[in-house]
Write a protein that binds this ligand. Structure first.
Ligand SMILES: NC(=O)c1ccc[n+]([C@@H]2O[C@H](COP(=O)([O-])OP(=O)(O)OC[C@H]3O[C@@H](n4cnc5c(N)ncnc54)[C@H](O)[C@@H]3O)[C@@H](O)[C@H]2O)c1
Length: 353
């Protein structure tokens, strides 16, 4: 069992958006942080996806941070490192994260997302059955099934017509009989395996099915990082392509600090095979057109975009998370997230009444 002197957390994808935020959060709570990242994001997406800057930031600002240059597909390496570190918690955020990129690199996608997750779960099981394991899953595990919910078209967005979904998509929504993209399918494999290590071995595992996650540490690229890329494109006056659904497709957005805070709550009181939809919820959702408007008001730069009639395969027309299950483990009074504060500030600028 791990030593009790200073708690140790093992974070995969530590140079990425969520991983780096988790490292910073737990370090501030006095944990020793072991980060695993091999800058695979630069291989997936090219120089704009390079996360070395973020690794260097963590190494220079967090005294009790140790970086490990390891590929999670390296099974022997993962088994040896987890046995050596014997962490008090694992947060797994390393992934091939792009819906659209996966079709061009199916082996890399599946080996990273599905097999890499299995490597970590099994390595942990061999060390401890009590250590919490938090996995960043995705709302793409629902495939395009949310698109079967009847919708109503509003001026700037699509909205659910069926009042059963007035709070958004719950964790009980079906995950099969739909088109996922290869990315969605590899994430389903990981999600189900994480649940299975919880149910079958009684381990405290958790899947967080994210909506759009955002924050300052995202190395946003066109194929991944919705708000990060959108803001970058706006500021660089670069043309943005909207794919289908009239630009009215809706995503819910959550700040990476809120995700890290939620993960800490789960690790404080873990349970077996937990699944949560984590996102901004309805209050923090926006369509692409609405996001253009908010960003243009914030920067003063009109958004330059073109429209393509071809929607991304398996893209959600309207998706926001039902946060009621998540809220059960967040203390009352702390439920207004950072994106909500940001969007209400932007709305005030927009409509000063
Ligand atoms: N960002 C979003 O909007 C979003 C939405 C839903 C779900 N998620 C999920 O959340 C998780 C984190 O997303 P993110 O936005 O922080 O991604 P990110 O790409 O910013 O970070 C992932 C990190 O993992 C590293 N990595 C990738 N493959 C690796 C490998 N084989 N070995 C070691 N390191 C590897 C990358 O170099 C990168 O630094 C992912 O599982 C993603 O699918 C993200």
């Amino acid at each position: 069992m791990p030593s009790m002197s200073r708690k140790t957390i093992f974070v995969t994808g530590s140079s990425g958006l969520i991983g780096s935020e988790v490292c910073t959060h737990f370090h501030a709570q006095g944990w020793h942080v072991h980060g695993v990242d091999n800058n695979q994001r630069a291989t997936f997406f090219g120089p704009q996806g390079d996360t070395r800057w973020n690794q260097q930031r963590l190494e220079s600002t967090l005294a009790n941070f140790t970086h490990h240059e390891l590929d999670i597909r390296n099974r022997d390496g993962v088994l040896a490192l987890i046995a050596d570190v014997a962490p008090h918690a694992i947060v797994h955020t390393a992934a091939q994260p792009s819906h659209d990129r996966a079709a061009a690199i199916p082996f890399d996608d599946f080996d990273t997302n599905a097999v890499g997750t299995l490597n970590l779960l099994e390595a942990l099981r061999q060390v401890s059955l009590e250590t919490p394991f938090v996995h960043m899953s995705t709302n793409k595990v629902y495939g395009d099934l949310p698109n079967t919910i009847p919708l109503v078209e509003l001026e700037t967005r699509w909205e659910y017509k069926d009042s059963a979904y007035e709070h958004g998509i719950p964790e009980t929504f079906g995950i099969d009989h739909s088109k996922h993209s290869l990315f969605g399918a590899s994430k389903v494999a990981a999600d189900v395996m994480v649940q299975e290590y919880g149910r079958y071995f009684g381990m405290p595992t958790c899947c967080l099915r994210g909506g759009c996650l955002t924050g300052p540490s995202h190395s946003g690229v066109e194929l991944h990082g919705f708000l990060s890329y959108l803001v970058k494109a706006n500021k660089a006056k670069k043309q943005y392509t909207v794919f289908g659904y009239k630009g009215k497709q809706v995503r819910d957005n959550i700040h990476s600090q809120d995700v890290a805070a939620f993960i800490a709550r789960f690790i404080d009181s873990p349970r077996e095979a937990a699944v949560y939809n984590i996102g901004g919820g309805k209050a923090n959702s926006c369509s692409i057109l609405e996001a253009f408007d908010m960003v243009a008001h914030a920067t003063g730069i009109p958004m330059d975009f073109i429209y393509s009639d071809t929607a991304r395969a398996g893209d959600h027309i309207c998706y926001y998370s039902d946060l009621r299950k998540c809220r059960l483990i967040i203390p009352a009074g702390n439920q207004r997230c950072r994106w909500q504060r940001l969007s209400s500030r932007l709305r005030r600028r927009h409509d000063p009444r």
